[in-house]
Ligand binder design. Structure first.
Ligand code: ADP
Length: 488
């Protein structure tokens, strides 16, 4: 099959979040299974020079329509682990993608609408047949409509379009004029935003016109059809529920493997047997305690590795910190917030605990420390208010760290409670709670602490089992392929 992703992120090239991991992880596995995959992305000035150097400029340049004129774009091609990546660089006069970040610009919608049309123009000019055109989130959700209105009539052959919604909260509501700038005729009322009624909603266009919609877990696909999680699009999603699917994300088997993790000073693996596995995990706990100035104790080490945004349940994280200390555990937080007052709030909290030997807050992004925490911790808390899929619970399990999660979205699909009679013991790999309240998370923490102190044998049994679960991209890719095949 020939599959083309049009995306704004791809893990090793430009990453802001989970979308980048999905585009990369899925593509890698598709290539491993013998499919041809291309990813088309903007050429951000933000991409590090050593990566840009691995691309070659291709000729001729691509001319694409914008505001009544044809604009020249430079094209760059690179091949990474068998995946062709094409970067589109709009003419400098447009000043698109010149900033040192992927998102957060005033003209964000304009640049991604322009990019979506330019990507389709590129496919059209090449005259190749494409089996699947795979779009991601609101940024490229207009592509199925552009295809239908402009490029299919011009002869571009695409078997089917798939739109993956990574997070329904972000929808791209934009001024209608932005759509007109790329020459797209459209029906305003069909795409009208539900909250900002003078604007149009790009994600809604994708939901209506893509041949299939996927989102990143089976529970999330059901949740978003209801008012509480639907972010205003629940009724339109219900209308198109027949083409919606939930497929869990995988985690990169190479990036998240304690047996060959370069960030760890001591690698460990389930293949060495449970005794060595846990002896090495204890070594990592000591290492982290030493590194962060914590007391050398063997009580439960509770961790949180997260963006500090409302979605992640920041108040519950803070509450869990207090509960952990109260119950004689240790707490480590690695997180940063794009919201200034949240960042300041946690900085103040960190200051009050600077001399506490049982608590450490590190309020920044630190890839190495994240890996070391996953290796050292006993419990990783993820009390999200909503969570389309979530990766950290799967990463934690790989490192023999039990996740404690709010049962929502992908967290619900991947973590089965150790105390739940509804699942066989062999399937239970963490702790869950339902209500997003301090009482509920306390209840789960209380049960976890009880088992940790009173029945370490069964705790280790579950942690060892969790480390053996296959959360790679193999199974998710099978599910995507089934959808692709059905569509074409
Ligand atoms: P989201 O994409 O919503 O932020 P996920 O659980 O899907 O949440 O993925 C988060 C990823 O970001 C994980 O790989 C996690 O390790 C990483 N991460 C989050 N915060 C930090 C941080 N402060 N430092 C290093 N890595 C982080």
């Amino acid at each position: 099959m020939r599959i083309v992703h049009i995306a704004t992120e791809c893990a090793p090239i430009a990453k802001a979040g989970g979308l980048a991991d999905v585009v990369w992880g899925l593509s890698k596995e598709l290539v491993a299974q013998g499919h041809a995959v291309e990813i088309i992305m903007p050429r951000y000035a933000y991409i590090p020079q050593h990566i840009l150097e691995q691309f070659e400029q291709t000729a001729p340049p691509l001319n694409s329509y914008y505001c009544g004129n044809m604009v020249e774009n430079r094209l760059w091609k690179g091949v990474f682990q068998g995946i062709t990546i094409t970067l589109i660089e709009p003419h400098a006069s447009l000043s698109f993608f010149q900033e040192e970040a992927i998102y957060g610009m005033q003209n964000e919608a304009e640049r991604f609408v322009y990019f979506s049309r330019a990507a389709l123009e590129l496919l059209h000019q090449r005259k190749n047949t494409i089996d699947i055109l795979h779009l991601h989130d609101w940024h490229t959700a207009l592509a199925p409509l552009i295809l239908k209105e402009i490029y299919r009539p011009l002869g571009l052959h695409v078997g089917a379009t798939v739109l993956t919604i990574h997070n329904l909260q972000h929808q791209g509501n934009i001024a209608p004029a932005i759509i007109e700038e790329i020459g797209l005729p459209f029906r305003f009322h069909e795409l009208q935003d539900h909250y900002h009624t003078e604007r149009v909603n790009m994600l809604k266009a994708g939901i209506i016109y893509a041949d299939a919609i996927t989102t990143v877990s089976p529970t999330y696909v059901n949740e978003i059809m209801h008012h509480e999680y639907g972010c205003g699009l629940d009724s339109i999603l219900q209308t198109y529920s027949y083409k919606c699917h939930g497929i869990l994300n995988g985690i990169d088997a190479e990036d998240w493997n304690p047996a060959m993790d370069d960030y760890l000073h001591l690698n460990f693996s389930v293949d060495e047997g449970a005794e060595i596995f846990f002896a090495k995990k204890s070594w990592h706990k000591r290492f982290l305690q030493d590194k962060l100035g914590l007391a050398f104790e063997d009580g439960p080490l509770v961790a949180s590795v997260t963006r500090l945004v409302p979605q992640k349940g920041t108040q519950l994280i803070e509450h869990a910190l207090h509960t952990t200390l109260h119950r004689y555990g240790q707490f480590v937080l690695l997180g940063s917030s794009p919201i200034p007052h949240t960042q300041q709030h946690f900085e103040k909290l960190a200051a009050t605990y600077t001399t506490n030997p049982h608590c450490h807050l590190e309020l920044r992004h630190d890839e190495a420390l994240a890996h070391q925490i996953f290796a050292a911790a006993d419990l990783l808390i993820i009390p999200s208010l909503f969570e389309p899929c979530g990766l950290t619970q799967m990463i934690a399990m790989r490192f023999g760290t039990l996740p404690l999660v709010r049962a929502t979205g992908g967290l619900k699909d991947t973590v089965k409670d150790l105390d739940s009679p509804h699942f066989p013991w062999e399937e239970r790999t963490g702790y869950t709670f339902d209500a997003p309240t301090p009482e509920a998370i306390d209840w789960a923490l209380g049960r976890a602490f009880h088992r940790f102190f009173e029945d370490r044998g069964s705790w280790n049994q579950a942690a060892f089992r969790a480390a053996q679960i296959d959360h790679t991209w193999r199974q998710p890719t099978e599910s995507y392929l089934q959808i692709y095949q059905k569509l074409i």
